[in-house]
Design a protein around this ligand. Structure first.
Ligand code: SAH
Length: 511
């Protein structure tokens, strides 16, 4: 046991072909445990967000043309970290043992007596098959599947590919990896060796990502298709009678938001859910966070006094709940707030409170300040109420004015700070030139900061060229006031609502 620990541990993990959610649960567990991750070029970098905050992430990718990181160097690095006693994840595109040199790394670890495990991944052929709608087998027509590489070890004296034999196989799906640069020659060889030039085939470029493109045609036409469409790696070529099914089974590229490039403005640490939802819809995400949040430390006596001084605590954001709870960390004298009633501005905030076992006495029927004010006023006698609003430094809305006016005592407690981001000129220009389809604003504060960061004039002209989505009427108004001409606003005032609205808008446009 002692020896094992001093040597560290290596997980060779398959990351799948692109969609970060194709990582296996076991792969995710390994990622969470890792001290160091060594990742490849084809690994989706959003997957690294799954790792621990303190985990070191090292790019060891190989570019197709230049060999930036020779295999020996990668092996040496893995060994170095393992010998330091670290838990290392070697994260590889697709599956580690399918054209991924995972076997070489595993043998190397075996030789050096480093304990390891290999966690499979969705190989590109499988990802392309599912996401482009080309089943690899089909009971009536295809009974065998073959994966081959068009790019062999250049030091081999001659090709080991049995193209002659492959060309004669019937009822077979052939998946060709690494064929972007020599698709022409491999197709020629296959046809020369007797494969039917009219075999139905497909090329799937960037499978399982928002850039996925599927082209179907006859085998003989593939090189022309690749040239005409300027296809680039990574792509797989699938020669299969099942390629005809793509027309009906390509669910991914037919999603209403597929391939849409969407700018998000939320703080990164609050964007996980939004990123996940957009990824699921096949969107390309351009993160442009306009602020980040930071906890404000509250002196413990202030927390303990709440029960004495107030009848109500009002939470108006999930952030407020999280940062408040982060302040209530004293396990021994933890206040239980039994004597205080609790109000939440909406379901999401109430859910967050429930996570900490808070009983929520009041949630309005709709998520907006009017509903809150109307219903709160009707239910409770505010003339006598002493109310504390738990909030971030920026929050100031009609609810504050209302409470100030109608309650016996109204106080606020800022539990987190909003810090405006300060991106460089280059980063701003990158955004302005990124040619997105749409942008999402999830709070009025993001609108204010977006205009301040980008500059009033540039921000306005940028936003008037793309579709602008807002989470609700307050954010919508902030945008309209800034001179944005058209703003789509969600009725539900939730992220789910925004995504549904985007789908509706784009679906209508298609028709
Ligand atoms: N171990 C990987 C393969 C690595 S070799 C796996 O199991 O998928 C790299 C080749 O994989 C690329 O040249 C391409 O043929 C294929 N590939 C990887 N990701 C891909 C993707 N998203 N779309 C299409 N092909 C992909």
């Amino acid at each position: 046991m002692q020896e094992k620990q001093s040597k560290g541990f290596v997980y060779i993990v398959g990351a799948g072909p692109g969609d970060p959610y194709l990582l296996t649960l076991k792969g995710l567990k390994a990622l969470r445990k890792a001290d160091v991750i060594l990742y490849d070029r084809l690994v989706n970098i959003h997957m690294l967000d799954f790792a621990n905050e303190n985990c070191e992430k090292i790019f060891v990718g190989k570019e197709p043309t230049k060999n930036r990181f020779p295999q020996e160097e990668i092996n040496k690095l893995i060994l170095k970290y393992a010998l330091e006693g670290k838990t290392v994840v070697r994260l590889k595109g697709g599956d580690p043992y399918v054209f991924g040199r995972g076997s070489e790394e595993a043998l190397f670890l075996f030789e050096h007596k480093i304990p390891f495990e290999v966690i499979p991944g969705v190989t590109a052929g499988l990802g392309a098959s599912a996401y482009a709608g080309i089943p690899l087998t089909h009971r009536s027509t295809v009974t065998q599947v073959l994966f081959l590489t068009a790019h062999e070890d250049p030091t081999k004296p001659e090709s080991q590919l049995e193209l002659q034999a492959i060309a004669k196989m019937r009822n077979t799906t052939v998946v060709i990896y690494m064929g972007a640069s020599n698709l022409g020659s491999i197709v020629d060889e296959l046809i020369k060796s007797g494969m039917n030039p009219n075999s139905i085939s497909a090329i799937v470029e960037n499978a399982t990502t928002p850039k996925q493109k599927t082209f179907t045609g006859k085998l003989k036409e593939l090189p022309k298709i690749a040239r005409k469409n300027n296809l680039k790696p990574p792509l797989v070529t699938i020669i299969s009678p099942c390629a005809v099914f793509s027309k009906n089974l390509n669910w991914f590229e037919n999603k209403p938001l597929f391939g849409k490039k969407i700018v998000t403005t939320r703080a990164i640490d609050q964007s996980r859910k939004l990123f996940a939802m957009l990824t699921e819809e096949g969107c390309e995400i351009v993160p442009f966070p306009v602020f980040s949040t930071k906890m404000i430390e509250i002196e413990p006596p202030v927390i303990y006094d709440i029960e004495q001084k107030f009848d109500w605590m009002i939470f108006t954001s999930s952030n407020g709940v999280r940062y408040f709870m982060a302040n209530v960390k004293d396990e021994i004298f933890k206040p239980n707030f039994q004597k205080v009633k609790i109000a939440a501005i909406g379901e999401k905030t109430a859910e967050e409170l429930a996570k900490y076992n808070f009983y929520v006495n009041f949630v309005p029927s709709a998520y907006n300040s009017d509903a809150f004010i109307e219903e709160f006023r009707k239910l409770y006698n505010l003339k006598k109420a002493r109310v504390l609003r738990i909030k971030g430094t920026f929050e100031n809305d009609p609810i504050s004015d209302f409470l100030k006016r109608e309650c016996r005592i109204y106080s606020t407690l800022d539990v987190y700070e909003i810090i405006k981001e300060n991106p460089s000129k280059e980063e701003i220009n990158e955004l302005l030139n990124s040619n997105p389809d749409a942008i999402i604003f999830t709070a009025s504060i993001t609108v204010k900061y977006f205009f301040e960061i980008v500059g009033e004039r540039k921000a306005k002209s940028f936003l008037n060229k793309i579709k602008v989505f807002s989470i609700g009427p307050m954010t919508q108004n902030a945008l309209l006031k800034k001179g944005v001409k058209k703003v789509y606003s969600s009725y539900l005032h939730t992220l789910e609502g925004v995504i549904e609205l985007m789908k509706e808008v784009y679906e209508k446009e298609e028709k």
